[in-house]
Write a protein that binds this ligand. Structure first.
Ligand code: DP6
Length: 344
């Protein structure tokens, strides 16, 4: 990475047309990104688990044209509601991937997880699209594989911050931290020095509320700017990231549970104390958390939860306890899931 500066440098002629298909997973933050500066720079570093079973496959069909234009489809159907977010994305990446503006691009995307399930598809969606664009850049300029992924993470960030972390696994870190070599606010890096227990760690997502988001992430992030506790929160996240790195390496599940649950609850506490304030948890979210705590106490099974900016609950546990946890979900938690749905 020493000489690569992320700027596009053309060497070959642009192809007249082509088709590129890329796939990228979603991710769940353990240390949360909540708060940003312009443009898409996080106010604290974050760390995520990559969800390899929840991914988006995106193809871009490009044909040379006088003027840039794009179409966007999910499962071959036009989705005009996504156009404004994509317009912003393309305007932000203009200087970094200028070659794309010589084309008409047809973007077609498919998710492996149910559409409108309440699972954010922006992380997998933007990272898959960005990877396809970087792949085209690689064709034209011959950048290396490492550079391709860095560039994809960089431009994903400009679409949606958390998307920058989806390009790497089993964990990814986005945002500068003095203890993390090569960490950057502009793109994520792989974090792979994890204990074997975390390599196969499970995340089962309980779909408590499948409705569309009640508040956009961008609005939520903005509320951190005048938040009375934002400074303390950024310091806490910075500290948590360092602690989590140690825990991921040692495999200390007790500490892992403490840290990740504290992060989830702090994220929601920030929402509940911003101006305006809001609550994204539902009754089912709280009932699930209470049940998880009782189950952990009674069985000593290291089952824990995390939350994103919504009501759904991510259950985290080592693969060895899969059967017991599935039995518990089906007997005690399924009642809190909309249409009895969950995603493994
Ligand atoms: C709570 O990445 O969706 O999931 O950059 O505005 O698109 P934008 O925000 P987004 O925020 C994710 C917030 C979070 C925590 C996280 O994933 O780190």
């Amino acid at each position: 990475m020493s000489t690569y500066n992320l700027k596009y440098e053309s060497i070959k002629e642009l192809p007249n047309s082509g088709l590129i298909t890329c796939q990228s997973p979603s991710n769940i933050a353990l240390v949360k990104y909540w708060g940003k500066k312009s443009v898409q720079i996080p106010t604290n570093p974050s760390l995520s688990f990559t969800l390899k079973n929840c991914h988006t496959s995106t193809s871009i069909k490009f044909i040379k044209k006088e003027r840039f234009s794009f179409e966007f489809k999910i499962n071959n159907q036009n989705k005009p509601e996504f156009i404004p977010k994509l317009d912003t994305f393309f305007s932000r990446i203009k200087d970094w991937v200028p070659f794309i503006f010589n084309y008409n691009i047809e973007i077609n995307t498919e998710n492996t997880f149910p559409h409108s399930s309440g699972i954010a598809s922006s992380a997998s969606g933007f990272s898959a699209l960005s990877l396809a664009i970087s792949q085209l850049e690689q064709k034209i300029t011959g950048i290396s594989e490492i550079e391709k992924y860095t560039k994809a993470s960089f431009i994903s960030r400009l679409g949606s911050g958390s998307a920058s972390r989806s390009l790497y696994g089993p964990c990814a870190i986005w945002g500068v931290h003095e203890d993390v070599k090569n960490s950057s606010d502009e793109y994520a890096i792989e974090h792979s020095s994890v204990n074997h227990i975390f390599e196969s760690y499970q995340d089962t997502i309980l779909l408590i509320d499948k409705g569309i988001k009640k508040i956009s992430s961008t609005v939520g992030h903005d509320l951190m700017n005048n938040h009375p506790y934002s400074k303390q929160r950024y310091h806490q996240a910075y500290r948590h990231l360092k602690e989590l790195i140690t825990v991921l390496e040692s495999g200390d599940l007790e500490q892992f549970i403490l840290l990740t649950e504290k992060e989830a609850l702090t994220l929601h506490a920030m929402m509940m104390t911003s101006n305006p304030y809001f609550i994204l948890m539902k009754e089912g979210t709280l009932s699930t958390i209470k049940k998880v705590w009782d189950f952990r106490k009674d069985t000593k099974i290291p089952l824990s939860f995390t939350l994103d900016a919504g009501a759904n609950v991510h259950l985290l546990y080592p693969i060895d306890y899969q059967q017991s946890v599935m039995d518990f979900i089906n007997s005690d938690l399924i009642v809190f899931c909309e249409n009895q749905q969950y995603i493994c």
